[in-house]
Design a protein around this ligand. Structure first.
Ligand SMILES: Nc1ncnc2c1ncn2[C@@H]1O[C@H](COP(=O)(O)OP(=O)(O)OP(=O)(O)O)[C@@H](O)[C@H]1O
Ligand SMILES: [Mg+2]
Length: 262
């Protein structure tokens, strides 16, 4: 459904944030993109959504294809109209508007009855959001705001959803509720998902395939169960100790680990 081929992104014509990234998200799949702070995860999502120009970022080489046709260079609006929606990092709600107003903003191109249907779908998925629908979005808890952000994207009836660290800063119980909803969207509603996470433990439980990015490059990829049992991933991402070995390899690993955890 979505394919990136050797994508390179520069900010301010000088800072290379993403280098030679290729990845694929098959239709109907849930794919995870994992990496630590500053690895380039959000930059990749912004490149796909066509919003890099807002930050003086630019795709300088490579291609991005959605269902076989190139989308790099299209406006963010044109990309949304093709069914690809992003839930940005930090949720980016309109803090002074109510929950329902925020949701309606996500479906601006829709008719009145489509808006009503959309709201109903979101409220069914997140009963908490229905309860809070008349409240000012800025006063909601972090978890509720994340639900509204996902709900707002759903108002656009996406065929593919990209989520930027939906678990960030949330309590485990709230994270469970949100991930259950994401799983439901993928498995039941058939929405293709690209999930960006620092929480590898969680992401590799729900995704079928994963990519690990470090310093703007993909350093490892594979089926989720293979990544879960990979020694490096276990040691650096899943918090298992690698045993008693002492060698150069361990020292190297230790350095990498520090980078990953920075
Ligand atoms: N607007 C910008 N201008 C210049 N450099 C930027 C800009 N946005 C990001 N960068 C740089 O690009 C690199 C990748 O940043 P990005 O936000 O994509 O990382 P990330 O993996 O999403 O990190 P996090 O987990 O902290 O959200 C970093 O080195 C960052 O400093
Ligand atoms: Mg980010």
């Amino acid at each position: 459904m979505l394919a990136l081929n050797n994508v390179q992104v520069l900010y301010d014509r000088a800072i290379e944030a993403v280098r030679d990234v290729s990845l694929e998200v098959p239709a109907g799949a849930m794919v995870a993109l994992l990496g630590s702070n500053g690895a380039g995860k959000s930059t990749i999502l912004k490149a796909i959504s066509g919003v890099l120009y807002q930050e003086d970022g630019e795709i300088v080489s490579g291609s991005i294809q959605l269902e076989g046709s190139a989308i790099s260079g299209l406006s963010p609006r044109a990309i949304v109209q093709r069914g690809l929606l992003q839930v940005p990092e930090g949720r980016a709600l309109f803090a002074t508007l109510t929950v329902e107003e925020n949701l309606v903003m996500g479906g601006v191109t829709r008719t009145r009855s489509e808006t009503k249907e959309g709201l109903e779908r979101v409220y069914e998925l997140f009963p908490r959001v229905r309860e809070r629908r008349a409240q000012i979005a800025g006063y909601l808890s972090g978890g509720e705001q994340q639900m509204v952000a996902i709900g707002r994207a759903l108002m656009g009836k996406p065929r593919m959803l990209m989520l930027d660290e939906p678990s960030l800063g949330l309590a485990p119980q709230v994270v469970d509720a949100i991930f259950e909803a994401i799983l439901g969207l993928n498995r039941e509603a058939g929405v293709t998902v690209l999930l960006v996470e620092q929480n590898a433990q969680l992401a590799l439980q729900v995704a079928s395939y994963g990519y690990i990015i470090e310093n703007g490059r993909i350093v490892l990829d594979g089926p989720a169960e293979k990544l879960r049992s990979n020694d490096d991933v276990q040691e650096f991402y899943l918090g298992f100790s690698g045993g008693e070995r002492r060698s150069m390899r361990d020292v190297k690993h230790y350095k990498r680990r520090k980078r990953w955890l920075s």
